[in-house]
Ligand binder design. Structure first.
Ligand SMILES: C[S@@+](CC[C@H](N)C(=O)[O-])C[C@H]1O[C@@H](n2cnc3c(N)ncnc32)[C@H](O)[C@@H]1O
Length: 205
């Protein structure tokens, strides 16, 4: 009874924290990062400086790449305390890191030139609200970028949703574009980033 009364958000938060806390120490293993780097590389190429927020930064690999460009002012948040701990160990104090939920971002509106989320959107329990928060903290004219998995075929998405703990929904290109459009993000572009991932970018008008 108790289990049934728990909301989807509570369930997904708990599953995601458990899953990623457990994975944090081995997340940077070479073979896995070989793939992840290819997924987020197109986003790195787009970001040309300014104040940047990496939402669901994980162990901070994307942030580490961003930090190589000196003109960047960088922030990262993640739901999993252990992921944040790994990122902090790796990045030191040069980057502002904190534990937070994408649905309630701890920043004022109009704060960032780029707000980016890589390979995490399918874990968000309310994807519309999550993207709305990302848009809220972006500056006017700022860019919101989501890179997320996309395996071409709905049955594979369904299988992934069943099997990966904390997974909520994997979107088709059209579905994710719809969320961007509903939120009034403009100049939307989409492209495949490597094989199993799609990048969607919109501008806050
Ligand atoms: C597959 S990892 C991706 C990490 C990193 N962005 C990358 O590209 O390697 C997904 C991340 O999403 C985080 N996450 C899941 N739900 C979240 C939420 N509601 N708010 C913030 N982060 C969340 C997890 O803790 C995890 O670190």
């Amino acid at each position: 009874m108790k289990e049934r009364n728990r909301t989807l958000s509570e369930k997904k938060i708990e599953q995601n924290i458990n899953f990623f806390d457990h994975w944090a120490k081995t997340y940077d293993k070479n073979l896995f990062q070989f793939w992840m780097r290819r997924f987020y590389r197109p986003a790195l190429k787009i970001i040309d400086g300014g104040k940047i927020l990496d939402v669901s930064c994980g162990t901070g690999e994307f942030l580490r790449e961003l930090a190589k460009k000196k003109k960047n002012l960088i922030y990262g948040i993640d739901l999993s305390p252990q992921m944040i701990a790994q990122a902090r160990q790796k990045l030191g104090r040069q980057i502002n890191l904190q534990k937070a939920d994408v649905h309630i971002l701890p920043f004022p509106e109009n704060s960032f030139d780029y707000v980016v989320s890589t390979e995490s959107f399918h874990h968000y329990y309310n994807q519309y609200k999550a993207l709305a928060e990302m848009k809220r903290v972006a500056k006017k004219g700022g860019k919101v970028i989501v890179v997320d998995i996309n395996f071409f075929l709905p049955p594979i998405h369904w299988l992934f949703e069943m099997l990966e703990p904390g997974c909520v929904k994997i979107n088709s290109r059209k579905e994710i574009k719809n969320i961007f459009q509903k939120l009034g993000l403009g100049d939307i572009v989409q492209r495949r980033s490597f094989i199993f991932s799609v990048l969607t970018m919109g501008v806050k008008k």
